[in-house]
Design a binder for this molecule. Structure first.
Ligand SMILES: C[S@@+](CC[C@H](N)C(=O)[O-])C[C@H]1O[C@@H](n2cnc3c(N)ncnc32)[C@H](O)[C@@H]1O
Length: 288
């Protein structure tokens, strides 16, 4: 019994520490229980917390509603946090690479990658004008400098004066349904990522179609790897995604779960990442 109580106390204190450091979810926190525990454990925990706010941080302006202005992109979803955690544990995947993010939303994952994984270039993208505006604001809020021309991220790769320590950051208006071959050919990413973009059959078909067209536009027979993170709210949706990948000939594998939880989010449903090995020649076309 005493052991169980200790475990519960430790969990409560850890949860507070994480939310405090992330300044998230504090309003719903069980303050009364915490106060009691703190009274028992003395000031050690508080000192411990105060010593931890070091290292880099991501600051975001986001909506409190899950849907606002007709989009789900103004708030950070669990899959974005989960993918950012995985990226921070695996920075080599992104270091010195050009990363294209699809459906970036408020931008949390990309900002974490830009700050922690040293990509060469990072292209945030989305289809919604309000989301793009917020995204630009969030990039500036995090003191990253934004390249002016989002549609031609590769044009500066020659001689220039860009500080090579920080990535070239661009924001692109990219709608998976209407993106043209010249627009896609301008990106030439090494890595493609997306978080929480598989919520209905239409978006799955659009996304898979976009990945096929993007691969077909790659130079030098060099197709990127793609990492798609999503919360499994409905097994049929997940099944539809993998079936569609199989149909067009994109091999995929599940990325092993990571253990280190850095950010505060409730795990009501399982979140996962699939690694897709895009091919320069995939079968083009949608299901009839
Ligand atoms: C649920 S939000 C996820 C945002 C962010 N990745 C996250 O996980 O916090 C889905 C995002 O995908 C974008 N999106 C949906 N359909 C799209 C399409 N056809 N083309 C481009 N972006 C799209 C939305 O605008 C929205 O920002």
């Amino acid at each position: 019994m005493a052991r169980e109580e200790n475990v519960n106390s430790a969990r409560l204190l850890r949860s507070f520490e994480r939310r405090f450091l992330a300044t998230r979810g504090l309003r719903s926190f069980p303050w009364q229980s915490l106060e009691e525990k703190l009274r028992d454990s003395g000031s050690e925990l508080l000192l411990d917390i105060l010593q931890k706010p070091s290292g880099d941080s991501v600051t975001l302006s986001e909506s409190t509603a899950i849907v606002s202005h007709g989009t789900t992109g103004l708030v950070t979803w669990n899959a974005a946090l989960y993918l950012a955690e995985w990226a921070i544990e695996n920075p080599a995947v992104f270091t010195h690479r050009t990363v294209l993010e699809l459906g970036s939303g408020a931008g949390f994952t990309g900002l974490a990658i830009c700050k922690m994984c040293r990509p060469r270039a990072y292209v945030f993208s989305d289809c919604h004008s309000r989301v793009l505006k917020q995204l630009q604001g969030n990039i500036l809020l995090n003191s990253l400098s934004l390249e002016p021309d989002a549609t031609t991220p590769m044009q500066h790769q020659g001689h220039d004066t860009h500080n090579s320590e920080s990535p070239r950051v661009t924001v692109a208006l990219l709608d998976w349904d209407t993106a043209t071959a010249p627009q896609l050919a301008a990106f030439q990413p090494d890595i493609v990522i997306a978080a929480d973009v598989l919520y209905c059959p239409e978006t799955i078909l659009s996304l898979v179609g976009l990945l096929q067209r993007l691969s077909a536009c790659q130079k030098d027979q060099r197709a990127p790897d793609a990492y798609v993170a999503f919360t499994i709210r409905n097994p049929e949706t997940c099944q539809m995604f993998t079936t569609e990948l199989g149909r067009v000939g994109i091999p995929w594998e599940a990325v092993p779960r990571h253990d280190q939880k850095l950010f505060p989010y409730e795990e009501h449903s399982e979140t996962t990442i699939l690694k897709l090995t895009l091919q320069v020649h995939t079968r083009l076309g949608r299901s009839p």
